[in-house]
Design a protein. Sequence first.
Length: 430
Amino acid sequence: MFNDELVKKIRAAFPRAEKDYTGRKRAFFDNGTGTLVLERAAKAEAKARVDCSANIGANFDESKLAKETVKEGKEAVAEFLNAPSGDTIVSGESATRLLFDVSYAIGKECNGTENVVITELEHYANVSPWNELVRQGKIKEVRFARMNLEDGTLDFDHLQELIDSNTEIVSVTSASNVTGTKIPLEPVRKLAKEADSYFVVDAVHHVPHGLIDVQKIGCDFLVFSGYKIFGSHGSYMYMNPEYMENLRPYKVKPSTNTGPGKWESGTRNQAMFASIKGVMDHFLWISEQVKSQYEGKFKEYSGKRCDYKIAMSATQQNERELSKAVLGGFDDIPGLLNIPKVKIYGITDVNRINERDPTFAFTVDGIPNEDIIKYLWAEGGIATRAENFYSYAVEVFNQQKVNRISLVQYNTLEEVGIFLKALNTICSRK
């Protein structure tokens, strides 16, 4: 795990990690809905908003700085994703909006006989854009690969059965935003390419937890959101350069017909690019803090790519230890597996922690979700929520809502203990 000194430094980088704006001490476990904001990202965003609020394309300094800020942000995202260049990064209002843009563009090529294959683990951002193509008559159907109800994992054999010569798109999440279950992406890519299908990845939930390599994954599109990784709202999509040029998105006539600008409707918000660069600089800083522990490792990586590998490996190792504590408990504090009446959705085997991100969905027999959430906040200062989280998986589990906690790098073992004690108390009383 991160040592105590590094935990303090990381939490100090987030102005609201310890207390909320009212001064109340609390543990922020609602990260899957949107993380807390890095101070350096917020300051960079504010500075860009003031210093380069002018639009790009002019010869005066503020306009030039705005253009450079956008470029630097895209290049930072490209380095983080191991994309070929910043010219392969498209920005947008949200991941949902970007996926709709892709669906509309691909839909123009379809004749109504095609299918799209997705999974039952998806956020509706990766469901509705494809269903819309069915509604418009652009494709025949959307097929859902089964989720194993026992552990929330993908039924890979069923996925393979669903993909055929008429499959236009295979689109999957990299990790469920409800169960935390990760999907092995490279085997899915192999199936998609054997069928000559577009391969789309929704990385929104996984992005703060592990290294992403779009070239290794071999995806054609991959999307994530800045506010799920310590920055501002706004989203980013890697796009295969061939499809960036060949597909025809909806656009206004005067805008460019090439590159990312072809896909980006309206003026870019330069401040969001300053924010995301601040986030990437933070990961490089983490690498510097832990680099000595990885000496001699990751020799196949170099430069910033090696730094990102180190930072995300350390982050992942720390989060796995927190996940083990959530499930199994520690220091005589019962974990979710040992608290009466708790039902966990997803992988519960602590020996399979590497197959999940630190996100946990649960219900408690006989106690309404709302009561659980209210008690956790009132007695434990645990900030989280119960809802459907726009997840198709919640419906597959035959639930209207589930309780969810989702952890990231600034969460601590102490906070996990407070959560477990509070949950154990309410489960024992009722």
